[in-house]
Design a protein around this ligand. Structure first.
Ligand code: HEC
Length: 179
């Protein structure tokens, strides 16, 4: 085949391919579901950060949270928070042991706000987002209490929660500070 014929054949096939693509794009209805409503979106837009942004109003103490924990959490985390399997341990732990460190809320998490955020979003694992904001504050206080971080009657709300100093608060390095 001459160069000329080859070039013609090439142009012809490129043209065919693009016609095919355009007609595919015009005829195909992509089944991507229905548009999400603002209300549905708010179910996912639930970030409560260490700077205090994104917290709902409400408050609670460990004394109030005990009942929530015993009925909604203990089946998987045990009444003491010591867990029923390797990844359900919520209390104790040691980041400086000889072997692998046991990372728990008490030994590892640098911000108390993350506890509220995580429970509100993901727990109880068998019914996420089924707790009221008030219950999330209460049970957050209880998990902190089980870790010896607050006492029974400390009232946890947006302000007091972000002011709590977690035991491992200095255990992380801010990548923006590293030179
Ligand atoms: C049906 C079982 C189940 C129930 C009920 C449950 N959890 Fe969990 N929870 C888990 C599992 C499994 C994990 C580990 C998830 C993972 O590692 O991704 C977990 C992880 C957690 C963590 C993070 C622990 C860590 O260090 O990573 C917290 C905090 C927590 N749960 C709190 C709660 C609270 C509070 C409740 C009750 C409101 C609750 N959970 C109810 C199964 C459960």
């Amino acid at each position: 085949m001459s160069m000329y014929k080859r070039a013609l054949l090439f142009i012809f096939s490129v043209t065919l391919a693009s016609i095919g693509f355009v007609s595919f794009a015009q005829d195909t209805v992509l089944k991507l579901g229905s548009p999400i409503s603002e209300e549905q979106l708010s179910e996912f837009d639930l970030i409560a950060g260490p700077d205090g942004a994104g917290f709902p109003s409400g408050s609670g103490s460990a004394a109030q949270g005990k009942q929530v924990f015993d009925t909604r959490c203990a089946a998987c985390h045990a009444l003491t928070g010591e867990g029923t399997s390797g990844n359900t341990v919520l209390v104790g732990g040691d980041m400086h042991s000889e072997g692998s460190p046991l990372r728990t809320v008490g030994s590892y998490w640098p911000h108390a706000s993350t506890l509220f955020d995580f429970i509100r979003r993901a727990m109880p694992a068998d019914a996420p987002k089924s707790l009221t904001s008030e219950e999330v504050y209460q049970v957050t206080a209880y998990v902190l209490y089980l870790n010896g971080i607050v006492d029974q009657n400390t009232v946890i709300n947006r302000e007091t929660l972000i002011a709590i100093e977690m035991p491992n608060k200095d255990g992380f390095i801010d990548k923006n500070q590293v030179r």
